[in-house]
Ligand binder design. Structure first.
Ligand code: BTN
Length: 336
């Protein structure tokens, strides 16, 4: 495995070093921070402002200094590697942990033709241009989420590419269960929800031919421990692992387990099938039986969710007829 890349430039490196000092969740004076990092207090102030712009909540108290809302556990390549399941280690061609990057998915898409693309795992503490589905932004404050992408080549691509994204949803939910977080569900195609609040999402992107080998970038974003000011905004409908887990799993251990599960699934991907995948997905379907609106390219369709079919498409009962849909965005009715 190749060494990881880390700091993209000096400003990013300074920002991260400052955060490393604040990661204990205690107060640190501007003077102490400046002295430790051998920079002026003005430079510390500038870095603190840029960390706040990355979504972090930093408290400043006169006479005491600055502190983070709660201690932060950084991703560590060494800890990730030692926690990865030994059966999948050989499948990881490269593990890159960024402090900051535009988008882990974009990083891999830019390297889609490289020899080590297959099995390359990319993680970031912060994405400045994280992407969500349907052209949305995926915003995750510095160090508060799990932003993960994996490059994979399928020599025999699955009959329906949507299956891959369902498989990733199953891997996330099964990893959560492993840590005792059982009440999380999947909303087709791949939102990860707790009650109705969004815990995470999946974005699979591909280049290449539909026939023959396909290279896919699989991106997963999970809210791990958001600044409380953001997580608790009424009506924002987001949640994080910190709010629903007891105890909170280590960020490194959780991430390594998730990568292990995904790799295990993909490495045993046999003849375009993942064992019992649809049954496993159905067990966690949290919107079956609900009346929803499906936003499609052809306009909104209202119906009752009847589950998923054998190709992973959504089944919707519309005027007593069950129809299947391969794409679209489901909106749930409010107030339930
Ligand atoms: C969604 O809209 O629900 C999908 C969100 C996917 C976000 C992840 S974070 C890691 C990877 N890199 C990106 O830019 N997006 C995905």
């Amino acid at each position: 495995m190749m060494p990881h890349q880390s700091f993209n430039n000096e400003a990013v490196s300074n920002r991260h070093k400052l955060l490393e000092l604040l990661a204990d969740g205690r107060f640190h004076s501007g003077q102490e921070l400046g002295r430790t990092l051998s920079v002026s207090r003005a430079a510390i102030w500038k870095s603190l402002r840029s960390l706040a712009a990355c979504g972090l909540s930093i408290t400043s108290v006169k006479g005491r200094g600055y502190c983070l809302e709660c201690p932060m556990e950084f991703l560590s390549r060494a800890r990730l590697l030692e926690t990865l399941d030994h059966r999948v280690v050989d499948g990881v061609s490269k593990l890159t942990v960024f402090t900051e990057v535009d988008s882990t998915n974009q990083f891999l898409l830019d390297r889609i033709n490289q020899a080590d693309f297959h099995g390359h795992v990319v993680l970031a503490e912060y994405q400045s241009a994280g992407r969500g589905r349907h052209g949305n932004l995926w915003l995750s404050p510095y160090g508060s989420g799990i932003s993960l992408s994996l490059g994979w080549e399928f020599t025999t691509p699955p009959a329906a590419m949507g299956i891959i994204s369902l498989a990733l949803g199953v891997a996330v939910v099964e990893t959560l269960c492993e840590f005792g977080i059982n009440n999380v569900g999947l909303k087709w195609p791949n939102d990860i929800l707790h009650n109705r609040d969004k815990l995470g999402g999946i974005l699979v992107e591909m280049r290449g031919e539909l026939a023959g080998p396909s290279r896919l970038v699989m991106g997963i974003g999970i809210n791990y421990s958001l600044p409380r000011k953001q997580a608790l905004v009424p009506g924002r409908k987001v949640t994080d692992i910190a709010a629903i887990a007891d105890p909170l799993p280590s960020r490194n251990v959780f991430t390594a387990r998730l990568v292990s599960r995904i790799m295990e699934m993909l490495m045993t991907f046999d003849n375009s099938r993942i064992p019992n995948l649809l049954e496993r997905w159905r067990q966690h379907d949290c919107i079956k039986g609900e009346t929803v609106t499906l936003e499609t390219a052809g306009g909104p369709i209202m119906g009752e969710v009847a589950g998923i079919d054998e190709s992973g498409s959504l089944l919707l009962r519309v005027n007593d007829q069950v129809k299947s849909y391969t794409s679209g965005e489901i909106s749930l009715r409010l107030g339930r």
